[in-house]
Write a protein that binds this ligand. Structure first.
Ligand SMILES: C[S@@+](CC[C@H](N)C(=O)[O-])C[C@H]1O[C@@H](n2cnc3c(N)ncnc32)[C@H](O)[C@@H]1O
Length: 391
């Protein structure tokens, strides 16, 4: 079929051009995200580290790949416009000049989030309301009719020193949502954090992985995806699938290529234990729903009664997110608990590498082996992960 004039415009203005994208992440994960980015199956893309993430340029395919493969990014946004505005009249005029129909479909739900710093226009709510109105009016006039259910888009407006940076969210739900159902346990770890910790321990996906306090199993599921070479975003949907420029054929091709690379591991390599039997039952269901029952074994077990010989004869990686804080009472009690964990690891897990979450960095002193500390944020709190080798 011959392309319509609008399709030709999309090609000329969006798909045939390089765009600028930003992969954001949470504090503490930027270096890991950059390393993940460098390993992406992209051709000749440029990327630079920026505050809060990585900036990169490339065709829309780069955006698809970044969403599909980056396991520690929170979301990927695409730059749409940048201009200076010191009053609402200028802001309205500049916003109306953006060719919104190239990025958004008619009759869609538009959500705008603004942040301002050091600018004459500082009232974020007023900026957001005007932006939604102008974009809707623009689409009503300039966008072609589009069949199907209305799409939802998020526009981010960052204002710094009167300069407006307008970008479009390409991810939709934040990327820690992998599209897998999971049982909800106590203080579950975001998959992006779990992935960063697994990467920090050097987990290869080909060696045993064990979480003796696995809760709802964030480490196990993330480890299973790594061992099976399933890209983090494989099972979910993305906002870019509703962009006017979206190419279903290209996306199908990228997913097919990813699928050819899956590894079907049927021998147990990943082991999870928890003393709470109800969590284990829910977790078994999640693992079986996603075809991980052969690869991941879970059992109700107290960590302090556990020895590696019970499940493997090869040293690997042990990851631990122990309960801490108020649940364990006073600080002294937490220190005592970490000392018991450290002693147990040193006694029974010689030669294993470890990644252990600490609510306070001083708790590393309770561990009887050398560790490196890396700060990160979990549930809005700064915590640390200690990595090292048990000897
Ligand atoms: C903070 S949660 C772990 C969260 C988990 N990483 C997740 O993402 O869902 C701590 C878990 O440790 C378990 N636990 C505490 N003491 C334990 C012990 N001695 N042996 C086994 N599990 C224990 C608790 O039942 C709880 O599920």
């Amino acid at each position: 079929m011959k392309p319509t004039p609008f399709e030709k415009r999309i090609k000329r203005r969006v798909t045939a051009r390089k765009q600028t994208f930003f992969a954001s992440t949470t504090p503490g994960l930027k270096q890991i995200l950059a390393a993940e980015f460098a390993a992406l199956p992209l051709e000749t893309e440029h990327f630079t580290m920026a505050e809060g993430g990585v900036v990169f340029t490339g065709p829309m395919k780069s955006c698809y790949l970044a969403n599909l493969y980056l396991g520690t990014a929170s979301r990927i946004t695409m730059e749409v416009a940048e201009f200076k505005a010191e009053n609402f009249r200028t802001l309205e005029k500049k916003l109306a000049q953006v060719e919104w129909e190239l990025f958004l479909k008619k009759r869609s739900h538009i959500h705008v989030e603004a942040t301002t710093h050091h600018s004459r226009l500082y009232h974020t709510r007023a900026i957001e309301e005007r932006a939604v109105q102008i974009i809707q009016d623009h689409l009503d006039m300039a966008a072609p009719e589009s069949p199907g259910a209305p799409a939802s888009y998020k526009i981010l407006i960052r204002v710094r020193d009167d300069r407006f940076f307008i970008s479009l969210d390409t991810s939709g739900d934040l990327l820690h949502k992998r599209g897998l159902t999971s049982a909800v346990g106590m203080a579950p770890l975001r998959s992006t954090l779990a992935r960063s910790i697994l990467i920090r321990t050097g987990f290869s996906g080909r060696e045993p992985l064990m979480d003796p306090m696995c809760g709802s199993g964030s480490f196990l599921v993330e480890g299973a995806m790594m061992a099976s070479q399933i890209p983090p975003g494989f099972y979910r949907q993305f906002a870019f699938e509703h962009f006017p420029c979206f190419s279903q054929a290209q996306w199908n091709h990228l997913k097919k290529t990813a699928e050819k690379n899956f590894r079907n591991v049927e021998t147990p390599l990943i082991f999870g234990f928890d003393q709470a039997g109800n969590l284990i039952a829910g977790l078994e269901q999640t693992l079986s729903d996603h075809g991980f029952s052969g690869l991941v074994q879970v059992d109700k077990q107290d960590f302090f009664d556990l020895g590696p010989k019970d499940f493997t004869d090869q040293a690997g990686v042990v990851v631990l997110n122990p309960p801490y804080g108020k649940r364990l009472g006073e600080k002294g009690e937490t220190a005592e608990f970490y000392k018991r964990i450290g002693d147990k690891l040193a006694r029974n897990f010689q030669g294993w590498r470890v990644g252990i979450l600490l609510p306070e960095p001083e708790l590393a002193r309770e561990l009887p082996f050398a560790v490196e500390l890396h700060p990160l944020f979990h549930g809005g709190l700064e915590i640390h992960v200690a990595t090292g080798k048990i000897h």
